[in-house]
Design a protein around this ligand. Structure first.
Ligand code: SF4
Ligand code: SF4
Length: 469
């Protein structure tokens, strides 16, 4: 029989999961585990949390390395600045990230879930260690954490959620503003305070209570696994050929002694021996747990290991295959487009607009057009601009501001008036406005049409009139 191309569906009666067959939730209290993967994961969690805390503190060209200033709709990423007009670039950045994730998943399975997803990093790096510290071992926690300790535990959860929420908010309001808000009464910044309370509440509810349910029932990436993985993707898997028939150590049994240690350490409550399941977040806890048992039994490690489904069947894993090639092409194409789009992005925006109202005025023997230059500095620093107007001979230009300084991510409207005496008017013509950024030497020409018409001369009172026939 050919092997299935999708994740195996397990009979509800044998499947173990945090979700029971009637849809109710089974509370999971995973046992502690130590081992090489757990040690490396802790290192990765500390690094990622450290980077996450540091990014709003590290200045790049006078701004935080990552600052999503929602108030002015400006975004600063490692010295690059973007505003609302650059939203199209965001599409390529997100598309590049999406295809990177898809490509990584086809090769490495759910490595993102187990090692780098914020849900895993905060849960396993902050909240679960607090639970173990206050509540004790799994057996103690299963009996129920006594009242006073439970209060301490939840106070620590709330404080941790608050800390995570504050750092999260600093990405959107900047650290100086956050510190200033923290020193003042909430009534002086009710909106930010409400956001902080809401985010703290969401983080507390998620990390103290919802936990693995987020991965199992809510995360869209988790739902996509059956599409993204194939038989050659790296997964955390059980070597059935070697382990079965499971049972007490004997000459007729395989290497699995059915100790269920891999089940009790699993944060989503599944039994990996049932095969690859959507609930598996590839956390590697069952690898460490089983390796510990194998060492005690003096058997080779790796009964549960990182391998592909092909590898677990004893076949060769195909790293290069049509889907990995296709995903790699999309990923590289998205990255190249995003790179060149970011490089060709202009450091300022300039548009010449006709002022509302009549397109031109005709007074005292001259035609006049009124425009304004809408100038936006997209850089993360202030810039000086010089403006000049190029128009046909005979036309006069009045521009109150020929040079202007614009602060980072700010905009200004500059009026421009162009007029021509009737005698010199020779029809519609182009008015070219030249803008030069003095610092970057970037320049731009933008053109608008000069409109007008000379009124026919009014009939003179002394002019002879034709006799009536
Ligand atoms: S930990 Fe290893 S030996 Fe124990 S039940 Fe799981 S697979 Fe079998
Ligand atoms: S099956 Fe293993 S890798 Fe998957 S979530 Fe459970 S413990 Fe983690």
């Amino acid at each position: 029989m050919s092997s299935p191309k999708h994740l195996p569906v397990i009979d509800g009666h044998v499947a173990e999961s945090s979700l029971q067959t009637d849809g109710s939730r089974k509370r999971i209290i995973p046992a502690d585990v130590t081992g090489r993967f757990m040690r490396w994961r802790r290192v990765v969690f500390v690094l990622l949390i450290g980077i996450w805390i540091a990014l709003p503190w590290i200045p790049v060209r006078g701004r935080p390395a990552v600052f999503l200033d929602v108030e002015t709709r400006s975004f600063f990423l490692f010295g690059l600045s973007f505003n609302a007009q650059d939203t199209w670039l965001l599409f390529f950045l997100l598309a590049g990230f999406f295809f990177a994730l898809v490509f990584a998943t086809a090769l490495l399975g759910r490595a993102w879930c187990g090692w780098a997803c914020p849900q895993t990093v905060f849960l396993e790096g902050i909240f679960r260690p607090i639970e173990r510290l206050v509540g004790g071992t799994r057996e103690q926690r299963m009996k129920g954490i006594p009242g006073a300790k439970r209060v301490v535990l939840h106070v620590l959860y709330v404080l941790s959620a608050m800390l995570v929420a504050h750092i999260f908010v600093s990405y959107f309001v900047s650290l100086p503003r956050l510190f200033s808000m923290m020193r003042h009464a909430p009534t002086e910044h009710p909106e930010a305070f409400a956001w902080m309370i809401a985010i703290t509440g969401i983080f507390y509810g998620n990390f103290a209570w919802f936990r693995e349910q987020f991965c199992v029932v809510m995360c869209p990436y988790g739902r996509m696994q059956s599409m993204l993985l194939d038989d050659s993707s790296l997964i955390v898997g059980y070597d059935e050929k070697r382990g079965e028939p499971r049972g007490k150590k004997g000459s007729t049994t395989g290497d699995c002694v059915d100790c269920k240690r891999c089940v009790v350490v699993c944060p989503t409550g599944i039994d990996i021996r049932n095969g690859l399941q959507l609930d598996c977040v590839a956390c590697t806890a069952c690898i460490d747990a089983c390796d510990e048992i194998m060492v005690k039994l003096d058997r080779p490690k790796g009964l549960i290991r990182y391998d592909s489904q092909e590898g677990l069947r004893g076949h060769k894993t195909r790293w290069v295959r049509p889907r990995t090639i296709a995903y790699a092409i999309f990923f590289v194409a998205g990255g190249v487009v995003a790179f060149f789009a970011a490089r060709t992005r202009e450091p300022f925006e300039a548009n010449v607009l006709r002022l509302p109202g009549a397109p031109y005025t005709h007074q005292e023997g001259a035609i006049r057009n009124s425009f304004e230059v809408h100038l936006v500095n997209k850089e993360s620093h202030a810039e000086h601009y010089t403006l000049s107007v190029d128009v046909d001979p005979g036309y006069q230009t009045v521009m109150p501001m020929k040079t202007i300084e614009l602060q980072a991510q700010s905009a200004q409207r500059i009026p421009v008036f162009v007029s021509v005496p009737d005698a010199d008017f020779h029809g519609e013509t182009a008015v070219k406005v030249h803008i030069l950024a003095e610092g970057s030497k970037a320049h731009r020409d933008t053109t608008v049409r000069f409109l007008g018409a000379v009124s026919p001369p009014a009939p003179s009172a002394s002019a002879p009139t034709a006799p009536a026939p």
